[in-house]
Design a protein. Structure first.
Length: 408
């Protein structure tokens, strides 16, 4: 039996890192424009509760499937190879584009005065360093993403402490609706990321306990953190809706330039943590699709250190190509479709597997499915025709590659 070196704390850190990304440093202002005053705080709280059934679907299946892949594995168990391929392929392509976008943004923040040519070279260097760290093994990777998660949370924790000491007076009442579909979608996208937890399930100790804990715990902790941060911004910044860096601006009000600088630095650390976690997890979608001789090139091959080396090499090459070409805008539109697929397919797979009573599931587990599918429907309502068109093109390309691989 292969070793499982990733513990519960590191897995929880992976989930928190996946949710608490760069977006939260800017989302409070966007949310305030859509839901005035403390209504924006209520939106975060309500959205966290709405996502709970989705997280529970992942937790229930994660407790029973202890191999890498997450939604790709669940789709295969419930619906067969084609559904598994479609979910895995769209998610993989979206993750590659997202990784390129994050690495590009990270490099730009590190070298704000550099020209385009220098930025492309620097982005390739940053990508290569992160890939080499990921290739060193799952144990070192777990330590790295855990450390980066703690580092990104420290300035946010300091901001919460500064707010508790200052205790600004409540803002005056504001008019307008406290909730809208647009506000809910903003909060929902900010709270996504817990679905990455089961992607490394094959390397987790005590997975039946650790996977549900990390999935639900990461969503719960992130929701509480976001409610606190949104409250701080609303109470500290009368002009929150117009702020370009709301957390840094709130930090400047509550703790002066030092705290503002620490929070601004947290944005860069957060981008680094997200980029690294993507290079650890994204190749596993590809290796899961290829395992069992389903593809070619031996992409499922895993090193003794728990790294799908060939899948990582392919992922590094694709991300590097996007960084140099700069043509990732259309592919980045896949992100919402990929999340929609993962949520919808996971909930539907739970319904099918519960009806079959597989792996100790029973029909009572299917009670989670309707509210989870309702969340997927909300995401679908927020998707644009452009995103649907890009997803359709990606699916057609994937089917063509799959056919070619089978012939080979």
């Amino acid at each position: 039996m292969k070793p499982r070196p990733v513990g519960s704390a590191s897995l929880l850190a992976l989930g928190v890192n996946g949710i608490v990304g760069v977006g939260i440093f800017f989302v409070p202002a966007d949310l305030a424009r859509r839901a005035p005053g403390m209504g924006s705080v209520a939106v975060f709280a309500a959205t966290g509760l709405a996502l709970a059934p989705v997280a529970l679907c992942f937790a229930v299946l994660g407790r029973r499937y202890h191999v890498d892949g997450g939604p790709v594995v669940y789709a295969r168990a419930a619906f067969g190879e084609l559904a598994s391929f479609l979910v895995g392929w769209v998610t993989y392509v979206s993750a590659v584009a997202s990784a390129a976008a994050v690495v590009s943004g990270l490099t730009g923040s590190l070298l704000p005065a550099a020209g385009p040519a220098v930025l492309r070279v620097a982005a390739a260097a940053v990508l290569s360093l992160l890939a080499l760290l990921a290739a060193a093994g799952i144990v070192l990777s777990a330590r790295a993403w855990t450390t980066l998660t703690v580092l990104k949370l420290l300035p946010l924790g300091a901001l919460i402490v500064a707010f508790a000491r200052a205790a600004p007076s409540p803002p005056p009442p504001t008019g307008g609706s406290s909730f809208s579909l647009g506000a809910g979608l903003v909060a929902m996208f900010a709270l996504q990321g817990f679905e990455v937890v089961p992607v490394i399930a094959g390397h987790v100790r005590s997975p039946a306990r650790a996977l549900p804990l990390a999935t639900l715990g990461s969503l719960g902790l992130a929701a509480l953190l976001y409610v606190a941060l949104q409250t701080i911004c609303v109470r500290s910044l009368p002009g929150l809706a117009a702020s370009r860096a709301p957390l840094a601006d709130a930090a400047a009000v509550l703790g002066g330039p030092a705290l503002a600088g620490a929070v601004a630095t947290g944005t860069t650390v957060s981008a680094l943590g997200i980029a690294f976690a993507m290079l650890v997890t994204t190749p596993r979608y590809l290796s899961t699709l290829a395992e069992g001789g389903r593809s070619f090139l031996g992409l499922e091959a895993m090193t003794a250190r728990g790294v799908p080396a060939r899948a990582l090499l392919v992922t590094w090459a694709l991300v590097a190509l996007l960084l140099q070409s700069g043509s990732r805008a259309e592919l980045f539109a896949l992100s919402s479709v990929a999340v929609l697929l993962q949520y919808g397919v996971t909930a539907s797979a739970l319904a099918v597997l519960a009806r079959r009573r597989e792996r100790g599931l029973s029909p009572r587990h299917a009670l989670l499915v309707p509210p989870a599918l309702a969340v997927a429907a909300v995401l679908a309502a927020g998707a644009s025709l452009r995103e649907a068109a890009v997803a359709g093109g990606a699916i057609l390309l994937g089917l063509a590659l799959r056919r070619a691989a089978r012939r080979a």
